[in-house]
Design a protein around this ligand. Structure first.
Ligand SMILES: O=C(O)CCC(=O)C(=O)O
Ligand SMILES: [Fe+2]
Length: 376
């Protein structure tokens, strides 16, 4: 068969592919991805108490359901959502919190942080703010004071404060979550998300989405971060814009023995003599992601699509530059889209709603930096 001669373009060797890299230490995590990992982040007794509390609480958690093409899919793990008590200053805010939507359907009013989660959150906020003070900020990050009344704000700048948390329970090695980046609808652009791991160690997988115009120069690399009990992974600005993350299924997991018995449980496990473990083995991993829902992305400010459902905010992960933007720093030309999300529930049928977010026209901010170039 005759083939046209190969053009110069197609004779270029394909970009090098690198094997997946395991990032097993905080140093390696910080070196390769826009995240940090903090080991033994909570006092061990609190980590243990929170694990037990969440195991009990998770008996009532749901598996999320949504439409994918022509079938309903169910998430292969259970989840729940919490609002922080102090974050709901007045009745209006409480009403708004009850109106949060998930996967294109209204969710029942969320629970408040249980006391153990509140206690853990204070430790985590300290770690997150300590790290954020060391980092350079992206222009579109939140630039306001998340808590004007905090006395400590004058001494140690508080940049980030959690006001909601999403929680996941993965039973055994088969429960998982597929590759995704977190929806930015209420978080806004370049969010910081603090993710606490309790229980069985599972691998957190990150994969970069290579921008369209760099595809022929480099390939995406996969990073595997084993997350042990009582570790905190902070995903910083650009992680949701540049990377997808997942918790892949695992054929083997190591059973987890909490350091302390359940309160009120005095009996040693039957196999204590042979194993030396003072607590039984657990197979569940609990994950809690502490998040800051920005005041300038409150539910009432989210545009609705033609179906009457709040849009979702997504970053253009492939970063399609316009001609004038070519060569500019990616963070200055990052675009976000408001799109219809009704399709996730409504028999897979959504509408054509699609709009570039215009932070200026939509009156959003204040931002951490100059947004003149970023706003469209
Ligand atoms: O379980 C984890 O560590 C990740 C959970 C997650 O990606 C999410 O809730 O969006
Ligand atoms: Fe996520």
């Amino acid at each position: 068969m005759l083939r046209p001669p190969k053009s110069k373009e197609s004779s270029k060797p394909p970009p090098l592919k690198f094997p997946p890299l395991t990032l097993a230490t905080p140093e390696l995590v910080a070196k390769y991805v826009p995240c940090t990992m903090h080991l033994s982040v909570l006092p061990p007794e609190l980590a243990c108490r929170l694990y037990y509390a969440m195991l009990d609480h998770s008996e009532s958690w749901q598996r999320n359901k949504w439409w994918l093409f022509d079938r309903v899919v169910e998430s292969p793990h259970r989840t729940s959502f919490f609002v922080r008590h102090s974050s709901l200053a007045d009745e209006e805010d409480a009403q708004e919190a009850a109106q949060f939507w998930y996967n294109g359907r209204p969710t029942p009013p969320p629970d408040y942080f249980p006391p153990e989660m509140e206690e853990a959150c204070r430790y985590i906020e300290r770690v997150v703010n300590g790290e954020l003070r060391k980092r350079e900020r992206y222009p579109l990050e939140w630039g306001g004071d998340p808590d004007q009344n905090e006395e400590a704000a004058s001494k140690e700048k508080i940049i980030w404060k959690a006001n909601v948390a999403a929680s996941n329970r993965y039973e055994g090695g088969s429960e998982s979550v597929g590759f995704h980046s977190d929806q930015l609808t209420y978080l806004g652009p370049y969010p910081t998300i603090a993710s606490l791991s309790l229980g069985t160690t599972r691998v957190f997988r990150l994969r970069e989405v290579v921008p369209t115009d760099e595809k022929d120069k480099r390939s995406a690399r996969t990073y595997n971060i084993p997350l042990p009990n009582n570790s905190l992974t902070i995903m910083y600005a650009s992680c949701q814009e540049r990377f997808k993350h997942s918790i892949p299924p695992q054929t083997v997991i190591e059973p987890f023995h909490p350091a302390f018995p359940r309160p009120g449980e005095d009996n040693l496990p039957a196999d204590f003599e042979s194993t030396g473990h003072i607590t039984p083995a657990y197979n569940a991993r609990i994950n809690i992601t502490f998040r800051f829902y920005r005041p300038d992305f409150r539910p009432s400010s989210i545009p609705k699509c033609l179906c009457g459902v709040p849009c979702i905010l997504r970053p253009d992960m492939k970063n399609r530059y316009t001609q004038e933007e070519k060569g500019k720093d990616r963070s200055l030309v990052q675009k976000y889209w408001w799109t219809c999300y009704a399709g996730a529930q409504n028999d897979g049928k959504g509408c054509s709603m699609w709009r570039v977010m215009d932070v200026k026209a939509e009156g959003r901010g204040p931002f951490a930096g100059n947004t003149e170039i970023s706003s469209t």
